[in-house]
Design a protein around this ligand. Structure first.
Ligand code: AMP
Ligand code: MG
Length: 481
């Protein structure tokens, strides 16, 4: 059966050093497990007319749409601070889908076999990790946070060898693009930097077209990406999301959350929370994320230097002046964001103490991050709990005084900024285990449904809000899964 989507291939107009044309490696017995119907509709991909076999073939890469022109992208990156050549080692871009609204989205298969960038890897992914990416990326989307999305998951019918044998799977990922900070580091550091200008012009045209006319487009682009990243990290901080592997190759130029590997949500508030098994130093801990974003943007700035000014000294001066704005901008906007969580529309400098005192109390009492704000939102606190103790009640009184007279606006802000449901680690694990060990997708589907409406605090769903005691003890997440 001939299948045509609405794919374009502007990335292929870039110099070939930036990618490698390559087909996915066919798999033995593809079987469709998940399909995101509403996303397919938004993308303008009509799937109703295809049978299960065709869908399995399509979303495994065994059949390429007629208008697909598959490729793997080259990129480099700083991984835990070390600069390395990387690239799509297990992902293939089919093309850029133009939606009925005229938007452009990359359609990428992840887990689709070895590519010229696979290094020692097998190019594959396992089922449970792909379900995890599907679930958490969709949860982020419904939380209102920029993110890549997940269109489908297929099991391949082939084993994948990790610490144990697992089911192989392929995820179809949809993103505004997969251009990363690491793509710029690659363009600057390989091939004598001669493709940097091409990549910059392409990225401006695709993601920041308004900057085309700027006096210094490279500098304006740097500042625009910086702002996008800042907005993104603030959203992560708002919901307690820990990306887990903020290497520069995992930081997207359009400012979306990408690369769901060891990510997790924080339960008890502690800025040093980290779940990734390989992050032994806590480099990517919850509270470090803004500093790491700043550091990663420094890498983008250095990659862009030759385009910022031909005189290196001048370029460094300009880039530094821009990046030095980040900490202050973060500090101000973080306070605004936290203010909204507390129902304060217009924060004042003096509100910092109110926010800090609450966080300090939460840390000392191991208070759950999401539920604490949910209780404030409800203005109702569990009996026989830390919320009945004097120090919390003293804080509560100060807060109530602060928002008195603005209660209805405060309520609206709190309802919008404090989710009632997040993907709780233990529920995510239960859902993935049922799916991969027993082939039971029920818990996954139930959790996904709850996460598609995360701000409605509805009764009857308490099991998705409760956090068992010491639930995080020994909890670990994994990269390169
Ligand atoms: P990540 O930690 O997922 O961002 O991946 C870092 C790099 O390793 C990227 O270049 C990936 O394409 C590559 N990679 C991860 N897993 C595999 C695998 N199983 N086979 C080949 N390459 C991989
Ligand atoms: Mg990556």
């Amino acid at each position: 059966m001939e299948i045509t989507w609405n794919l374009e291939h502007t990335y292929q107009q870039l110099p070939e050093a930036l990618f490698s044309p390559i087909h996915p490696i066919p798999v033995k017995a593809p079987q469709l497990v998940l399909l995101n119907h509403s996303l397919a509709e938004e993308l303008g991909i009509a799937l109703e007319k295809y049978d299960a076999e065709t869908l399995g073939a399509l979303f495994s890469g065994n059949q390429i749409p007629n208008d697909g022109q598959p490729l793997a992208q080259a990129y480099a990156g700083h991984q835990f601070g070390q600069f390395t050549m990387l690239g799509d080692g297990r992902a293939i871009l089919l093309g850029e889908q133009i939606t009925p609204k005229g938007e452009r989205y990359d359609i990428q298969l992840k887990g689709s076999g070895r590519t010229p960038y696979s290094r020692g890897g097998d190019g594959r992914a396992h089922f449970s990790a792909m379900l995890r990416e599907y679930l958490i990326s969709e949860a982020m989307h419904f939380l209102g946070i920029p993110t890549s999305r997940s269109l489908a998951v297929v099991i391949t019918g082939e084993p994948v060898y990790r610490e144990k044998v697992r089911h192989g799977a392929i995820l179809t990922r949809v993103a505004s693009s997969h251009i990363r900070v690491g793509t710029f580091e690659y363009a600057r550091n390989f091939h004598e930097g001669k493709y940097l200008k091409d990549l910059l012009q392409y990225s401006i045209a695709r993601h920041y077209p308004e900057l085309d006319e700027a006096e210094n487009p490279a500098l304006a682009f740097f500042e625009a990406v910086m702002d996008k990243q800042l907005q993104l990290i603030l959203q992560w901080m708002r919901v307690g999301f820990i990306h887990g592997v903020m290497n520069t190759d995992n930081m997207s130029i359009p400012g979306e959350t990408i690369d769901y590997g060891p990510c997790a949500f924080m339960n008890a508030y502690d800025p040093m929370t980290v779940f990734s098994s390989i992050d032994t130093q806590g480099r990517y801990a919850y509270g470090n994320q803004p500093f790491i974003a700043h550091w990663n943007l420094g890498c983008l700035g250095s990659a862009l230097l030759p385009e910022i000014a031909s005189n290196t000294e001048e370029a460094v001066k300009l880039a530094k002046a821009s990046i030095n704005e980040f900490p202050k901008a973060h500090e101000n906007q973080w306070l605004e964001m936290m203010g909204k969580k507390l129902g304060i529309a217009e924060v004042k400098a003096s509100d910092k103490a109110l926010v800090d005192d609450l966080l300090h109390w939460m840390k000392n009492n191991k208070a759950d991050f999401t539920n604490t704000f949910l209780y404030l939102r409800r203005n109702a606190f569990p009996q026989d709990s830390i919320y009945q103790e004097t120090d919390f009640k003293a804080w509560l009184q100060l807060w109530q005084e602060r928002i008195s007279g603005t209660r209805s606006k405060a309520q609206e802000l709190m309802d919008q900024n404090n989710p009632a449901f997040i993907p709780r680690n233990h529920l995510v694990e239960e859902a993935l285990e049922a799916a991969s060990n027993e082939g039971n997708m029920q818990p996954f589907q139930e959790l996904l449904a709850v996460l598609q409406d995360p701000y409605s605090d509805k009764p009857g769903f308490e099991k998705f809000q409760e956090v068992p005691v010491e639930v995080d003890k020994g909890y670990q997440t994994f990269c390169g899964t």
